[in-house]
Design a protein around this ligand. Structure first.
Ligand SMILES: Cc1cc2nc3c(=O)[nH]c(=O)nc-3n(C[C@H](O)[C@H](O)[C@H](O)COP(=O)(O)OP(=O)(O)OC[C@H]3O[C@@H](n4cnc5c(N)ncnc54)[C@H](O)[C@@H]3O)c2cc1C
Length: 325
């Protein structure tokens, strides 16, 4: 059993969605003693979450106190998992380049990173005067997703490829349903505040990089270099209002150019693919219980650009709401 609250009564739970929020919630619920079945419309290896660059990167989503608590809990969980064979989680060195010396103005979320300190001048690329060093969890989703599925199955959890047309369809099968359907929650929960945000990363082979590098000096457009063992994810381009999930070639070549400016070793890196996804944004992230005639629905969606970063915190709240309901 995990450190999450144990249930007063084990319950049958259907978790809808095998993205990072559904999968983490399913594992947390199963490890708290519930009987969990995970239903997903897509193969768990082919969700928006599975295409994520996998870096713990705190974004100030509303409500901010909740984001800080969830990101902090997730940081602890990933620190514990780092180096666990097969998990795909590792702690890497990180460097963020800033336009100015943020000093005491550094947001509370950024202060959650272990070993945070100002970068020394010799640690900065040419043309940059300000930056910060820290350590950061990086999750290789190609390994993490199957590892989490094994962890779920080890607790008796089951996984089923199954698309639903309504939440009541799942409630007919179990008294508790977790709605972690990402963007699809817009229709399933009748929530028009859920909107898509196009996100794109270019994936190249790895010319020997082992440090996360973020250029936060360009205003709204953050540029990030996220290394995994055999490849590097270069991003993180975002375009609001775009509903076409196909790769944007022009944006991809801009991102490659920006990344090569701050990390010259990428000059000869070969592009393997371009990963894209439509992220579920919402004015506030939602983890909330709804009592229905046929049972309890716990909604868990709207985690936008930071689903990996808040996953274990959001899952802990799902477990708490299921136990309370
Ligand atoms: C290219 C890219 C890079 C990213 N990098 C990062 C990063 O480095 N760090 C970070 O924190 N975040 C990152 N993100 C954001 C992160 O991926 C999202 O926050 C996250 O995917 C949201 O997860 P989710 O579980 O809510 O939704 P999803 O991953 O979209 O999962 C939704 C699930 O619901 C299922 N579903 C949908 N409809 C139905 C239905 N009708 N019936 C049954 N099942 C259904 C789907 O099949 C799927 O299993 C990135 C995203 C992209 C696209």
């Amino acid at each position: 059993m995990s450190d999450l609250e144990s249930p007063s009564t084990p319950r049958d739970v259907v978790v809808l969605g095998a993205g990072i929020i559904g999968l983490t919630s399913a594992v947390a619920l199963a490890e708290a003693g519930h009987q969990v079945t995970l239903w997903t419309a897509d193969d768990p290896a082919d969700t928006t979450s599975a295409r994520s660059a996998g870096v713990w990167s705190p974004i100030p989503q509303a409500p901010l106190d909740t984001t800080i608590a969830w990101a902090s809990r997730t940081m602890r969980a990933f620190c514990d998992l780092s180096g666990r064979p097969g998990s795909g989680v590792s702690m890497l060195e990180g460097l963020t380049l800033d336009a100015t010396d943020l000093g005491d103005l550094l947001p509370a979320l950024s202060r959650l990173s272990p070993d945070l300190r100002p970068a020394t001048p010799d640690e900065l690329p040419e043309g940059f005067a300000h930056g910060r060093r820290y350590r950061v969890p990086v999750v290789d989703m190609e390994h993490y997703v199957p590892w989490m599925l094994d962890r779920l199955e080890a607790q008796g959890g089951k996984v089923r490829l199954q698309r639903v047309d309504s939440l009541d369809e799942a409630l007919a099968m179990a008294p508790v349903v977790v709605n972690a359907t990402g963007l699809a929650a817009r229709d399933l929960a009748g929530d028009p505040t859920v909107r898509p945000l196009f996100c794109q990363y270019v994936v190249t082979d790895n010319p020997g990089l082992d440090r996360v590098l973020v250029d936060a000096s360009r205003g709204g457009q953050w540029v990030s270099v996220i290394p995994h063992h055999d490849r590097v994810h270069l991003g993180g381009a975002r375009v609001g209002g775009r509903t076409d999930p196909r790769p944007d070639r022009e944006l991809a070549s801009d991102v490659l150019r920006w990344c090569r400016e701050i990390e010259p070793r990428l000059r000869n890196a070969r592009t393997i693919r371009v990963d894209t996804g439509l992220l579920p944004t919402r004015p506030t992230m939602r983890v909330e219980a709804e009592a229905r005639r046929d049972g309890l629905v716990v909604h868990a969606y709207g985690h936008a650009t930071g689903g990996i970063t808040v996953s274990w915190g959001a899952a802990a709240d799902v477990v708490r709401l299921v136990a309370a309901g």
